[in-house]
Design a protein around this ligand. Structure first.
Ligand SMILES: *[C@@H]1O[C@H](CO)[C@@H](O)[C@H](O)[C@H]1NC(C)=O
Ligand SMILES: *[C@@H]1O[C@H](CO)[C@@H](O)[C@H](O)[C@H]1NC(C)=O
Ligand SMILES: *[C@@H]1O[C@H](CO)[C@@H](O)[C@H](O)[C@H]1NC(C)=O
Ligand SMILES: *[C@@H]1O[C@H](CO)[C@@H](O)[C@H](O)[C@H]1NC(C)=O
Ligand SMILES: *[C@@H]1O[C@H](CO)[C@@H](O)[C@H](O)[C@H]1NC(C)=O
Length: 455
């Protein structure tokens, strides 16, 4: 996901923001940082407006209406992540009295493309809450957590990825007694900023299969920590909640639902259904009707399908009529094409080991990813099938599984990792471009490996 953000905004907004990176003194972090990251409360807290100077770029500050969804973060530094003022939170119970999902809309920059971002909360035997990948701590969100009637004990950041990391600091300040745990090897782009810059202090680092983590007898963890794939390593921690047989991932797999998630606003859906600039650019030559978009089911659905294809492929082949490609990419467990192309294809052994470990040791019956649909009722063979493309890259050398399950996986895998070639074109040429300028590693191919082994 971060790759998508990184490539769609190649020009850092940093240059336009006159921020000085002096010594990271506590004052700098607590003082100037606040200027970047405002959490403005409704009217009565006048004092908070002293920070507004820097935010004057935003003309819409006055639109807060006190619905408890107001959340303002000036930069979303360095890439703006919307929505900028209003974030609705939706809570659902995934497993009775045990697991809850909290979702908000997450827009990419100022575009009309958004997706849902999910925080998962598990109730531990102690009665406390274990919070996975926190989202924006709006009053509404905090209220929904408090309604569970249990203290937050742990806050866990399972990835290096920016759109999850930015909320850990603000979230943990709402629950100062909770311990914060983060995935190892944190880095950020284009500047490798320390965690403190994101407001994350005194965090502990997650370790692979660590039996000494305080929740180890209830929730297990396995870390995928790749070598550098280009701008930095890909790090993601998978968790397994034993009692409910649930696997938690962040960006590794997704299940695109046919219909838009509830938290995505109708305004975003309709904006995306409109034949705007992106559609015109991507429909080279074709005639693009310029009619107004009325609010009806067909148009909301079209908006959703367009968002999905842009998130998955960056430049899908047919944004004008997205329905055919959408049908091929939805309602199945897949690795997102961006993550596959720019990350997993480059480090297939590491990913294979992680996937094998997960499907060998954990008997999960549902997966909760941090985006798109959840919970997804799937088994270990579906999970393996989503990664079947790795077998092709690695060649026979690496095949260690019994042949029957392999056959099954490869049949399912053909379906799971089939992406429409026309839609993949932009992503493949982007990949080639990034390889040619040395920004990402070349994809490892099975054939190539065997050659290099024999020579
Ligand atoms: C405040 O915002 C919410 C969410 O967008 C909206 O439903 C509500 O109508 C707004 N209220 C007022 C008074 O504008
Ligand atoms: C805003 O985002 C920054 C990261 O860019 C983060 O450090 C900060 O804590 C956020 N502020 C709030 C109030 O959410
Ligand atoms: C929705 O509106 C579009 C025009 O924007 C129209 O083509 C379509 O038939 C309408 N769908 C429904 C279900 O009313
Ligand atoms: C997609 O929509 C077009 C017209 O809007 C229709 O002709 C076509 O059959 C649809 N395709 C699928 C796969 O639903
Ligand atoms: C997943 O399984 C649960 C029962 O564990 C069921 O209630 C739910 O409807 C299923 N979800 C889907 C999308 O099939």
């Amino acid at each position: 996901m971060v790759a998508a953000i990184a490539v769609s905004f190649p020009k850092s907004t940093l240059l336009q923001n006159p921020i000085s990176f002096g010594e990271p003194s506590p004052n700098f972090l607590g003082g100037s940082l606040k200027v970047l990251c405002l959490n403005i409360k409704p009217r009565q807290h006048r004092r908070d407006f002293t920070n507004l100077v820097v935010a004057s770029a935003s003309p819409t500050i006055a639109t807060s209406n006190g619905s408890g969804r107001f959340y303002f973060n000036f930069t979303g530094f360095p890439f703006p992540l919307g929505p900028f003022l209003n974030r609705r939170t939706i809570r659902t119970e995934a497993v009775k009295d045990l697991i809850w999902l909290f979702e908000q809309e997450q827009a990419l920059g100022f575009s009309s493309v958004s997706t849902n971002i999910r925080m998962t909360v598990i109730k531990l035997k102690s009665g406390g809450l274990w919070v996975h990948a926190p989202i924006a701590p709006t009053d509404e969100c905090i209220q929904l957590i408090k309604e569970l009637g249990a203290p937050v004990e742990y806050i866990v950041l399972p990835t290096f990825a920016y759109e999850h990391k930015i909320f850990v600091g603000p979230f943990s300040r709402k629950f100062p007694r909770a311990q914060v745990w983060v995935a190892p090897r944190q880095w950020s782009w284009p500047l490798n900023l320390p965690l403190e810059f994101f407001g994350i202090f005194r965090s502990k680092t997650l370790k692979d299969e660590d039996l000494s983590t305080p929740w180890a007898d209830e929730i297990e963890q396995k870390i995928l920590s790749s070598p550098e794939v280009g701008i930095g390593p890909y790090v993601e921690v998978a968790f397994y909640h034993k009692r409910s047989r649930t696997l938690l991932v962040t960006d590794a797999v997704i299940f695109v639902p046919r219909q838009p998630p509830e938290c995505i606003s109708k305004e975003s859906l309709l904006a995306s259904a409109k034949n705007g600039l992106a559609v015109k650019i991507l429909s080279k030559g074709k005639e693009v009707p310029d009619e107004p978009v009325v609010d009806n089911k067909t148009n909301r659905q079209k908006g959703w399908e367009r968002m999905v294809l842009q998130i998955l492929f960056l430049g899908p082949s047919n944004l004008l009529e997205p329905n055919a490609s959408f049908a091929q990419m939805s309602q199945k467990l897949i690795v997102s094409p961006i993550v596959k192309t720019l990350v997993f294809n480059k480090v297939p052994e590491k990913v294979r080991d992680w996937v094998d470990g997960i499907s060998r040791d954990w008997r999960f019956k549902r997966i909760i990813p941090a985006h798109f649909a959840a919970p997804v009722n799937v088994s270990r063979s579906d999970f393996r099938a989503a990664f079947a493309f790795l077998d092709e890259l690695l060649g026979e050398r690496y095949v260690t599984r019994p042949s029957l399950s392999l056959l099954f996986t490869s049949i399912m895998g053909k379906a799971a990792s089939y992406f429409p070639p026309d839609d993949m074109r932009t992503l493949s040429s982007l990949d080639q471009f990034l390889v040619s300028v040395g920004a990402v590693k070349k994809t490892v191919s099975g054939k190539k490996r065997r050659d290099s082994i024999t020579t």
